[in-house]
Every structure is written in structure tokens, then in C-alpha cells.
Design a protein around this ligand. Structure first.
Ligand SMILES: [Zn+2]
Ligand SMILES: [Zn+2]
Length: 137
């Protein structure tokens, strides 16, 4: 038995058939089973899967608020002509921010020698993530 094959109703033609799974992955964290949101379309051999037009993301309210805040900050930075700082914001939010001996803020996944940036709730800096975990994943 092939683990990928299941029997059921095709989501495209609605006929009963052996189904194949097609995953559409989105680069956004969600409270579904995967750390990143995805849509799953089960379809038969005859049908070409279609990306769903609507997707539901389950997000914790505090994450949504932070997302909106970051978006606003991002827009402000672009207006001020400081797109360069957006990358910095992303690094800071990732939990992989580190400080080099030069004082430069970097991504520890690229600069493992950098000192992890400490958690700071008011600045929106998350708990530093363990670098070893990121290498395993
Ligand atoms: Zn079908
Ligand atoms: Zn999801």
C-alpha cells in the first residue's frame, strides 16, 4: 500500500476515486498542525488540483497584533527610505538575532559566532532560539 493514496471524494470533480494529496504551503505561521500554514487538496488522477481561493489561518491574537504592528513599522520605514531596516526587523523577530563584537545585528544562522540577543518584551524581541534546533530542522 502506498501511504500517499487514499480512497474518497475528489475535491475537484466530486467523484469517488483514489486520491492524491496536493499541499499548498504559505510562509505564515498558523495554529494548524504545521508551523507554517498549508492547504491540502485531495484529488483524483483525472483532475488537476486547484489552489483554494480562500484559506483560513488560525492565529493567536497577540501574534496578529504583532503582525499588524510590524506591517505598520515596515510601511513607516519604507516611507522614510529605510528599507534596509526591514531586514533587521525580520532578524529581530526570528529569534535568531545576534550581536557581533562590532555591534552589528546579524542572523545567527549566518553568523553562529554572534551573541544571542536577549528577550525584551517591550521591544518585541522574542526568546532567543537554539541554533542547534534550527540546524536539525
Ligand atoms: Zn477528480
Ligand atoms: Zn494553518
Amino acid at each position: 500500500m502506498n501511504g500517499d493514496i487514499e480512497h474518497g471524494i475528489c475535491q475537484i470533480c466530486h467523484n469517488e476515486a483514489d486520491l492524491t494529496r496536493k499541499y499548498y504551503r504559505y510562509d505564515i505561521k498558523c495554529e494548524c498542525h504545521s508551523p507554517y500554514h498549508f492547504e491540502l487538496v485531495r484529488h483524483c488522477k483525472k483532475c488537476i488540483p486547484k489552489e483554494p481561493e480562500i484559506t483560513k489561518i488560525i492565529v493567536k491574537t497577540n501574534i496578529l497584533k504583532k503582525f499588524i504592528m510590524d506591517k505598520k513599522t515596515g510601511e513607516k520605514l519604507i516611507k522614510a527610505g529605510r528599507e534596509d531596516l526591514i531586514k533587521l526587523l525580520e532578524i529581530r523577530n526570528s529569534g535568531y538575532a545576534g550581536i557581533l563584537s562590532t555591534g552589528e545585528i546579524v542572523d545567527r544562522r549566518t553568523f553562529p559566532e554572534a551573541i544571542p540577543m536577549q528577550k525584551n518584551k517591550s521591544l518585541g524581541i522574542p526568546e532567543p532560539k537554539n541554533l542547534i534546533c534550527s540546524l536539525i530542522n
